[in-house]
Design a protein around this ligand. Structure first.
Ligand code: TPP
Ligand code: MG
Length: 665
């Protein structure tokens, strides 16, 4: 068996050689954290390379994702289906080894990291999911949900503000199975961090309520082991292990300097490093005894088998719980959900309530919540405005984690990246809310949900100038466009109780990506519909009002402007004009319909088109064309009562009628 140091050298060699071959990448962090990784992966990490989806595996998150060759080396060496050919193809088109770890590419990558600070935040979400799921399902003598979440992070992650949001909440929630290693190498891209990062990091994490193990020599396996033992034995607090390391450790002329952070070492330095490490094997060649020292397949299979036996015993004692846990982990919805949801939608249509869509959203939660114990809700300190609490909501707490609601506090970015972590962990469908305008604070995490195709439900209320007196700082204008421009995101802006219920159903049933549900603060009138029209809402856009004769014009509207479009059509009809109204709650979904359906709703020869939406106008040109008209926003709003603002910015029946008259030739 090879010595620990030699096992770690295998990571160093693979990392420097792969970066050199790609002629780009980051050798410094993998070489600096190799010794820590060796101890963690060989002595502690519970995982099964043959089954990366084993639900009770430990989660490992490389928050300093630029060090991707570290995790690729670990996955390859420990026996995952990531062959050497993929390491040789580091950073190349269609390889499983992209520049930063991307979820869904290589087996064993738990989340996409690279945007610094989000990995640790995803990990907080995973640890929240583990703690809540354990509280919901474990029974005395049956700890069937029981794993750690391990994180590597660097100076960059700690400088990012989101690390404060997430780690502060992690301390409050007492996430005792979250263990993070800080790669304290004193270096970031611009050089020695002394000039821009002088926090007392241990003091900071102490104040969050973490256990902090300071001053660990990250190149001394025994010290790392001792720290991990201490971390594991404190089950009430997350732990930060501060490891002093040397970036690029082993490269004689570059270690300890920013020059090895993000560039190949170069041929000469690589030769010198081989010499210094005593590593004389050619690039991408690993001796058998070193593979043997890393191989985690046997231990992994045994760990999963032990869990299988524990699950069998659990199922014997608690058969219904066991079946429910299986369903939840598989991400399947309850068998009765779709039918019950459709009945609720039909009831909304029949009852015809005129209320704010945020209230309609809450009513939907009250209807769907009892059917969906996997919902794990929350709001960034706006529960009373976002209306995200329903009658069965119970806060998840440090001492009592058996809840289904997280009080995120004023932490929009943290909340959003935590939701991504919860979704990645499995067992829950997270939803979380803020005002639409503050999606901006969370923007990159929202993007990551789409990039990773996660079932996350972002709830955004107060969706336009219609929120009124809070003024332009709170009134979204360009945010809908940003959401709609995000590949894979579904952005819904429903116009009444019925569309609100449909968008919730769609978001919950969608298993291949996130949804943004955008609701109004102000009351919205109910719309009449036939059964066919109710069914068509799920197509993203549909004819809400049609004319007997061929239409002279079509008005496309969403959300709070749909009733304006209906009133305008009525006025125009009294004048002998035939005007169709298309309600378009989700253009992303409408665009995915077949051409025949889209042609039915928006015939290509019907070019007299007007779009009405109290958000940035430009998005709608793709539907109305350059000769169409858009009643929308092109400036920021103002502070005033909502009615005054709607008039001021042209959201009146008169104005919509005038726009239609302009386009009718
Ligand atoms: C949000 C974000 N901002 C900027 C970057 C670009 N970036 C990548 S690594 C890095 C420096 C990170 O320093 P540290 O975590 O100390 O990494 P080390 O050099 O020690 O490996 C920066 C600024 C990024 N990846 N994500
Ligand atoms: Mg650093």
């Amino acid at each position: 068996m090879s010595s620990r140091t030699v096992l770690a050298h295998a990571i160093r060699a693979l990392s420097m050689d792969a970066v050199q071959q790609a002629n780009s990448g980051h050798p410094g962090a993998p070489m600096g954290m190799a010794d820590i990784a060796e101890v963690l992966w060989n002595d502690y990490l519970s995982h099964n390379p043959a089954n990366p989806d084993w639900p009770n595996r430990d989660r490992f998150v490389l928050s300093n994702g630029h060090g991707s060759m570290l995790i690729y080396s670990l996955l390859h060496l420990s026996g995952y289906a990531l062959p050497m050919s993929e390491l040789k193809n580091f950073r190349q088109l269609h390889s499983k080894t992209p520049g930063h770890p991307e979820y869904g590419y290589a087996p064993g990558i738990e989340t996409t990291t690279g945007p610094l600070g989000q990995g640790i935040t995803n990990a907080v979400g995973m640890a929240i999911a583990e703690k809540a799921l354990a509280a919901q399902f474990n029974r005395p003598g049956h700890d069937v949900v029981d794993h750690h979440t391990w994180v590597f992070l660097g100076d960059g992650c700690l400088m990012e503000g989101i690390s404060h949001e997430a780690c502060s909440l992690a301390g409050t929630l007492g996430l005792g199975k979250l263990i993070a290693f800080y790669d304290d190498n004193g270096i970031s891209i611009d050089g020695d961090v002394e000039g821009w990062f002088t926090d007392d990091t241990p003091g900071r994490f102490n104040s969050y309520g973490w256990q902090v193990i300071a001053d660990v020599d990250g190149h001394d396996p025994q010290q790392v082991r001792d720290a991990i033992e201490a971390a594991r034995s404190d089950t009430g607090r997350p732990t930060l292990i501060c490891c002093r390391t040397v970036i690029g450790k082993g490269a004689p002329n570059k270690e300890g300097s920013e020059s090895c952070h993000g560039a190949p070492l170069g041929g000469d330095e690589i030769a010198a490093t081989r010499e210094a490490l005593g590593w004389q094997h050619p690039p991408f060649e690993i001796p058998d005894d070193i593979y043997a020292g890393w191989d985690a397949r046997e231990a992994g299979a045994a760990a999963e088998q032990a869990w299988d036996s524990a699950m069998s015993a659990y199922a014997g004692k608690h058969p219904e719980l066991a079946e429910e846990l299986r369903r939840r982990l598989a991400g399947e919805l309850p068998a009765n959900f779709a039918e019950a949801a459709d009945q609720y939608i039909a009831r909304c249509q029949a009852e015809g309530e005129s209320i704010a869509s945020r209230k309609a959203s809450q009513n939907t939660l009250n209807a769907f919540g009892p059917l969906l114990p996997e919902l794990l809700g929350g709001s960034a300190d706006l529960a009373g405005s976002n209306l995200t609490l329903w009658s069965g909501s119970k806060g998840m707490q440090r001492q009592d984690a058996d809840g289904n609601y997280i009080y995120y506090g004023v932490r929009e970015f943290g909340m959003s990246a935590i939701m991504n972590g919860i979704a990645l962990h499995g067992g829950f469908i997270p939803y979380g809310a803020t005002f639409l305008i503050f999606m901006e604070y969370a923007r990159n995490a929202v993007r990551m949900a789409a990039l990773m195709k996660q079932r996350v439900v972002f709830v955004y209320t107060h969706d336009s100038i219609g929120l009124g007196e809070d003024g332009p700082t709170h009134q979204p204008v360009e945010q809908l466009t940003a959401l709609r421009a995000t590949p894979g995101m579904h952005t819904w802006r429903p116009c009444d109780t019925v569309e609100s219920a449909v968008c919730w159903k769609f978001a919950v049933e969608r298993s291949d990506g996130p949804s943004s549900l955008v609701f109004s603060r102000q009351g919205l009138p109910h719309q009449d519909r036939s059964d066919d029209q109710v069914a068509a809402i799920a197509r993203g856009g549909y004819v809400l009002h049609d004319t007997a004769a061929a239409p002279d014009a079509v008005i496309i509207a969403t959300g709070s402007e749909v009733h304006l479009a209906m009133a305008a059509a009525e006025r125009l009809e009294a004048d002998g004009k035939h005007v169709r109204v298309v309600s378009m709650p989700c253009p992303d979904v409408f665009d995915q319909q077949d051409a025949a359906y889209r042609e039915l709703v928006l015939p290509s020869d019907l070019l007299a088109r007007v779009a009405v939406e109290a958000a940035h106008a430009d998005y709608w040109y793709k539907y109305v064309g350059l000769d169409g008209r858009i009643v929308g926003m092109t400036s920021f709003g103002e502070s005033a009562p909502a009615g005054d603002l709607m008039r001021e910015f042209g959201f009146t029946v008169d104005n919509v009628v005038a726009a239609v008259e302009e386009v009718i030739l």
